[in-house]
Write a protein that binds this ligand. Structure first.
Ligand SMILES: C[S@@+](CC[C@H](N)C(=O)[O-])C[C@H]1O[C@@H](n2cnc3c(N)ncnc32)[C@H](O)[C@@H]1O
Length: 305
């Protein structure tokens, strides 16, 4: 996939409950944000669990946005940093330039952000990033699997914002190998944040050596058994219970023993979604793990969703 508009299909406007502008992708068959709202989601799943107060004046903050899309996650994080905050080094990975262009055409989207944050989004669109004293952003347009390799190895990320379409729609960005590469690039106290609570994703992150935590529901979101995942190196010092996360429950750990936990495999980093899904279907048939619906039945009586 080369990211051309013809290949990526139409994008249509998708209204959300908090009034924030969002899109739906024909090609991926999925909305960019949940119906509770793009801005709500960015704050609850990415800004709050990042605990940006950890990065004060004089410190450095390295951020990787995997799937920039309309730019909500990056903009919400930059907006939440204190004025005299850390020196920021930001990278964005994204295949399609249109979501950010379309968002920036909306006055309602522009009005969400302060002038400096809006200027950075515009600089990403117009110049592929921004350069300010103590604050740099580099946007890498293309397949995130290939573009991640363009970021110099010594750079380790304090925050990875992983916001790809769901694993069934975009398995290439949830593979054992891609998640392993992201985990490998985390700083010692780094945090990988995602809305996904998928057993396959969590099991891959765990095998990559990360500790897992479950995100609490965001405001306006249906209360389910988890709203996402915070993954961090095992000795990162991240507290077990945080303002917006908790340890995985027994139910969630058992989920990782079911067929749902069979990973998405993409050993060469270039397989199509169809190939990855078919490979996983075959592996699931042969794995001998508990059927996921048996796990669901066992926990239904205790589960709120
Ligand atoms: C759920 S949306 C991201 C929403 C975004 N974080 C935001 O705040 O608006 C997923 C994005 O992944 C991008 N994408 C899909 N496949 C990709 C790939 N292989 N590499 C990079 N980006 C990809 C899509 O173009 C889309 O913008």
């Amino acid at each position: 996939m080369n990211g051309s508009a013809a290949e990526l299909g139409a994008l249509s406007v998708y209204p959300t409950a908090d009034g924030s502008f969002s899109l739906h992708s024909d090609h991926f068959g999925e909305a960019f944000h949940n119906s509770a709202g793009a801005l709500n989601e960015a704050r609850a799943k990415f800004v709050q669990p990042a605990e940006l107060q950890r990065f004060g004046k004089g410190s450095a903050l390295k951020i990787l946005d995997v799937c920039l899309g309309l730019g909500y996650n990056t903009a919400a994080v930059l907006e939440a940093l204190p004025a005299a905050g850390p020196a920021v080094q930001w990278w964005g990975l994204e295949l399609d330039r249109r979501p950010l262009e379309q968002a920036l055409d909306q006055a309602s989207f522009q009005s969400l952000w302060s002038a400096p944050v809006l200027a950075r989004l515009e600089a990403i669109r117009d110049h592929g990033g921004w350069q300010e004293p103590n604050n740099q952003g580099i946007q890498l347009w293309g397949d995130a699997r290939a573009m991640l390799r363009e970021i110099p190895e010594p750079d380790r990320f304090d925050l990875v914002l992983l916001d790809a379409f769901s694993p069934q729609r975009c398995p290439e960005l949830w593979s054992e190998e891609f998640l392993g590469a992201l985990a490998h690039r985390l700083a010692p106290q780094g945090r990988l944040l995602t809305y996904s609570r998928s057993a396959a994703v969590r099991a891959s992150l765990k095998r990559a050596g990360l500790s897992l935590f479950s995100l609490l529901p965001a405001p306006g979101e249906r209360v389910g058994w988890s709203s996402g995942t915070l993954a961090t190196p095992a000795d990162s010092g991240c507290p077990q219970d945080g303002p917006v996360w908790r340890p995985l429950s027994a139910m969630e750990w058992e989920h990782l023993q079911t067929r749902a936990a069979v990973p998405f495999r993409d050993p060469y980093g270039n397989a199509t979604a169809e190939v990855i899904l078919e490979r996983r279907r075959v592996e699931q048939e042969q794995c001998g793990y508990e059927a996921t619906n048996a796990w669901q039945r066992r926990w239904r009586k205790d589960s709120p969703s």
